[in-house]
Write a protein that binds this ligand. Structure first.
Ligand SMILES: Cc1cc2nc3c(=O)[nH]c(=O)nc-3n(C[C@H](O)[C@H](O)[C@H](O)COP(=O)(O)OP(=O)(O)OC[C@H]3O[C@@H](n4cnc5c(N)ncnc54)[C@H](O)[C@@H]3O)c2cc1C
Length: 398
């Protein structure tokens, strides 16, 4: 009998999963359900567009393994389908001696993860990025840029060409697993399947809670990442990808400069607590969300421990001059007047009840469903590998 798999979420992870299912077993029926009327409207369509090399991740972690595998699959995919990309390489820059130790750790992780990278001095750095100042840098050859929206569109095309269905504008309100399968109640009617893969990004924890009636193991905290784009006159300040040494206490990379496939140079993203799951600006706020965040034990611990960092991020969000000062540490010639507004994205970052931000991808399996509960960066780079893992895991459920 033909099996039917329902995938919730037409972001890059859901679409990659649907495609990998149709490749693994062409006899399986696949339906992708999304609440938006177009694909890739959230994290997938609002990110930096960077192909991550895998340099930062703990060797042996899901992130390290899936980034390595997914990056290779992504490069083959974009070459085959003619999607815009450029393996331009990047530099991670230590601007003071105190950052050399952390840079060394990243270099060691990178090598352990099989990434082509080298520590270089100021003269070699100046040859790669003349506008950047640093005491030492890590040159990473395996990083690049890509049109993730284009990847998502191509995946959607391949899924429907293989007979899959894309049901857009259908928000999943409720659902349950029974002995005979899965039923999702959506705004456009019930959707039935034998199996479910939930890739609901910013709403992934709530979908699991709704379906099981149980407290999910993690809660999503929405961290907004705001960008500016550089004026045309300032674009020469960045040739490729320029990153600071990240603060190891957080799973974010620090405000950086990235050349985008559109030709723009982006500055950002910062990491500000958003006031709603889809809080793309300070005006988007939900009291329900704020109450939930304030009442979460892990969030209270996080706020107590890192309130100073949080306030700094808010200040840089509200002051363009402060945002520019953060960039000037690496690129002294950038000025606040060089920064123009650009869209923001919101990261679906999971937190554990003890206040730890989940550092790795988190998948949760029930009898008939696999839920993705934490797939922030580098999940766009790793999507084809995550999708392959999810497809195999779902198809192995009875
Ligand atoms: C600011 C920012 C910068 C980033 N930069 C990079 C980068 O440079 N490189 C990189 O590799 N990664 C980057 N990432 C991470 C990357 O974008 C995400 O990891 C990836 O897009 C996650 O894809 P997804 O499909 O899981 O989530 P999403 O793209 O968010 O998709 C989830 C989908 O689920 C749908 N959905 C949710 N709830 C429901 C419901 N109840 N019913 C129906 N549909 C529902 C949503 O509408 C959405 O379409 C960045 C992320 C952000 C936010």
């Amino acid at each position: 009998m033909t099996r039917r798999v329902v995938v919730v979420g037409a972001g890059i992870v859901g679409l990659a999963t649907a495609w990998q299912i149709s490749r693994a077993d062409p006899d399986v029926e696949v339906v992708v359900v999304d609440k938006e009327t177009a694909i890739a409207q959230h994290q997938t369509g609002r990110n930096s567009g960077v192909i991550h090399s895998g340099v930062y991740y703990v060797p042996g972690s899901n992130k390290a393994e899936m980034c390595r595998r997914g990056r290779a699959q992504l490069l083959a995919f974009v070459a085959e389908h003619g999607i815009a990309h450029d393996l331009c390489g990047k530099v991670v820059v230590a601007v003071e001696d105190a950052e050399r130790g952390a840079l060394q750790t990243i270099a060691e992780r990178g090598r352990a993860n099989g990434v082509s990278c080298d520590l270089i001095g100021p003269a070699a750095l100046a040859e790669i990025e003349p506008a950047v100042r640093g005491v030492e840098a890590l040159r990473v050859d395996d990083a690049g840029i890509v049109d993730f929206g284009g990847v998502a569109r191509q995946l959607a095309r391949l899924v429907t060409d293989a007979g899959g269905e894309l049901r857009l504008g259908a928000e999943v309100l409720d659902g349950h697993e029974g002995p005979d399968g899965v039923v999702l109640e959506t705004t456009t009617g019930d959707v039935h399947g034998d199996l479910l893969v939930a890739c609901a990004g910013l709403h992934s924890d709530r979908l699991l809670a709704t379906m099981t009636g149980e407290e999910p193991p993690v809660t999503i905290v929405p961290f907004r990442g705001e960008y500016h784009r550089l004026t045309e006159g300032a674009r020469d300040l960045c040739r490729a990808l320029i990153y600071p040494v990240p603060d190891p206490r957080f799973p974010f990379l620090g405000v950086h400069l990235t050349r985008h496939v559109s030709g723009e140079v982006l500055a950002g993203p910062n990491a500000v607590l958003a006031l709603d799951r889809e809080g793309y600006s300070w005006g988007d706020r939900s009291w329900r969300e704020l109450r939930a965040v304030a009442g979460h034990p892990g969030m209270r611990i996080l706020a107590r421990t890192h309130w100073r960092t949080g306030l700094g991020e808010m200040y840089r969000s509200l002051s363009r001059a402060a945002f520019a000062r953060a960039l000037q540490r690496m690129t002294p010639d950038i000025d606040a007047d060089d920064l123009l507004p650009w869209r923001a994205g919101v990261r679906a970052q999971a937190i554990f009840p003890d206040g730890t931000l989940a550092d790795d991808f988190v998948l949760h399996t029930t009898r008939r469903a696999v839920h993705v509960l934490n797939a922030p960066s580098p999940a766009a780079t790793a999507a084809l590998a995550i999708g392959e893992t999810l497809a195999n895991r779902a198809l192995s459920l009875s």
